[in-house]
Design a protein around this ligand. Sequence first.
Ligand code: F6R
Length: 600
Amino acid sequence: MCGITAYCGNHSALPFLMQGLSKLEYRGYDSAGVTILQNNKLITVKCKGRLKNLEEKVSHYQFDGSIGIGHTRWATHGIPSNLNSHPHNNSLNTISLVHNGIIENYRELKNELIDKGYTFQSDTDSEVVVQLLDYYYNGQLLEATQKVLKRIEGSYALCIISTLEPDKIIVAKKESPLIIGKSKDAFVVASDIPALLEYTKDVYFLDDFEMAMITKNDISFFTHEGKSIQKELTTVPYDTEAAKKDGYDTFMLKEIHEQPYVIHETLRGRIFNQQIILDELKDISFEQFNKIYFVACGTAYHASLCGAQVLERITQLPVLATVASEFRYNDPIIDDKTLTIFVSQSGETADTLAALKLAKQKQATTIAIANVLGSSISREADYVLYTCAGPEIAVASTKAYTTQLVLLILLAYYVAQRLNKEIDYQAIEQLESIPHYVEQILKDENIFQEYALMLKNLHDAYFIGRSLDYASVLEGALKLKEVSYIHADAYVAGELKHGPIALIENGSVVIAVATQPHIATKTISNIQETIARGAKVILFTTSHEDIKNIDNVYYLPQVSPTLQSILVAIPLQLIAYYTACIKGCDVDKPRNLAKSVTVE
Ligand code: F6R
């Protein structure tokens, strides 16, 4: 996830820019850069790799300019490289900018500018913005920026400096955070609060479609249309640690609440006119495969179980989801006609990595679905798709899981498209609204907090579901046991009477998921069997049929059954979270667990 810093004040800009970038390192990046405006010249220094590479490079300059911008980049368009790093400058080197977000219509704009004679240095979407600024500049940087904002689609936090108006920074925001701090002798800008805190706690939060013009003594705010607006200065009550949590008590809660945004980021640029765009896979000819394997561990395995079912329905090929530690030792029957998909948040899980190496030895085609850019699994696989969850710090996976689900569903529709299979266009359309539905569910947090009260004194909890809902309940049970230390097991609802129902007694709590219409009534009748034996039930469903005697029913939004696993994950995460909080557990660092399991 990219980071932005900018400084306009009475002192040298570089120290603020560098300390700010280092405070944002925890968000992940693959390259970094700064531009300093000095002696009416823009001096840009940028490079691939860690901040210490940039520090080494800037140490060769005598920087004392008091206006500057800085950036850490997490590659989305264009590989990590010196040229693709920010800042980006126009060819006359009179304008420089940093950008967070994605310009969705950059290809059209780039072609338009190439036709007008512009040349491009990088593969990034962001460079289009600086070239457009050059094109529209007519003596007023603010006005040129407004013209550019009318042309670009997508998300952005932008900071722009120019030798043509060397006293100012122009900033603009849409769907990507940007905060302006006011210190004694400077205005400082960043994409996240931790970067500002050493300098000030007094900040302006820029809202979507707002922009600001900053000089060292003054700031004015405008809408993107140029209408002047007033903004209130707010004092943030955080220290640096709390700021990293955006004011939430824990990383886990912060990450649960980030899901609408990171799902949106994972979808961004990947659906266009109901077509799925996964250019990373364009060289694969999917007709060659007669079998598909998903391989992963833990939560990523649960996402894989869901991905496998969806892909199997669509392709009508045998698709299996397997735990990596089993796959690697069970001599799987795979060859050059097998597609193998390795799902991992960290991209470093030892078993998944070993399974991937085995698949390659056996000539299978390998795709990695990873969150951490440049991780071992993403480097080892033939092809990579990235979830855009950003750094996941809490040990229990939440936002990585839902973004994996989103990407696996996209992948399934992409394969269907490439194989000319029938496609559920309604589901594709609804997929784009999933962030909105997740937001809606998050508003019901207090309901899930109440459900947590039902669990707090238990030793065991039971989760049941069928079909895709079985993958969801496996994940729900894993979350509960990981963070609250309550023993939880998930069962295929149809298996209850083959054994587990013997455990149900007065006061048992059963959490049931019934979102798949073809099988929901069956699960609901299994629920009745547990109620008859004294269980208290919490049901997540979309079905209004046969719901009687069930005290706690939460109705999920009516979207395609294929997408329900994404939605139901949210309440199940929150139930686990609040149960753990009530019990006083360390939710971000549960005992005995590591974030990345790099040993067998
Ligand atoms: C559970 C959890 C783990 C991981 C598993 C795989 O909340 O986080 O079960 O999902 O260790 O890790 P990755 O996805 O990094 O391969």
